[in-house]
Design a binder for this molecule. Structure first.
Ligand SMILES: Nc1ncnc2c1ncn2[C@@H]1O[C@H](COP(=O)(O)OP(=O)(O)O)[C@@H](O)[C@H]1O
Ligand SMILES: [Mg+2]
Length: 150
């Protein structure tokens, strides 16, 4: 079941159409394995980057919407979290760039191959978290194609 959460507009930390130096950086967090730490990594990287003055956003592509739920519970205005289906990722990234976001973290679902590939294609960098346990390490090799898309 897809949870629905409010779609927050991006804040306007910079004047509209003012690109941050270097433009928007896009980092996708992927893993075919659930519980690998994708959402935890995405939201914590966003908070850390925001705390260092880098306007940041999380694109929550997971239908379970864990990052969106986290944002609701947290109740802060930044980093902004937007829940969006994979087919809207490019559009939302464009809006983020226009609105002065410097770093976008794309959090994905474990069993949504198409959505994960869309996120990987939209990203400058793909991060695949893995727990240091045998089954997780065995499973991580099945993610290797995410890093070789172009
Ligand atoms: N680096 C970490 N160290 C310890 N626990 C972690 C770490 N990253 C995530 N967790 C815990 O693991 C569980 C799954 O994390 P989550 O981010 O929801 O994974 P995923 O998004 O890949 O399904 C959560 O209970 C989370 O608190
Ligand atoms: Mg998750």
């Amino acid at each position: 079941m897809t949870k629905t959460h409010n779609i927050h507009p991006f804040p306007r930390p910079l004047a509209r159409n003012t690109q941050p130096p270097g433009g928007l950086r896009r980092l996708a967090v992927l893993s075919r394995k659930g519980g690998a730490g994708k959402t935890t990594l995405a939201v914590n990287l966003a908070v850390a980057a925001q705390a260092r003055g880098l306007p940041s956003a999380v694109l929550d592509v997971d239908p379970q919407a864990s990052a969106s739920a986290w944002a609701e519970v947290r109740g802060a205005t930044s980093p902004v979290v937007r829940h969006c289906p994979a087919r809207h990722v490019e559009r939302v990234l464009g809006e983020a760039a226009e609105d002065g976001i410097a770093l976008a973290l794309i959090d994905t679902a474990p069993h949504a191959e198409g959505a994960a590939l869309t996120a990987a294609r939209a990203a400058d960098l793909v991060v695949i978290p893995c727990r240091p346990a045998l089954f997780d390490l065995c499973a991580v090799t099945s993610n290797s194609h995410f890093g070789d898309l172009r």
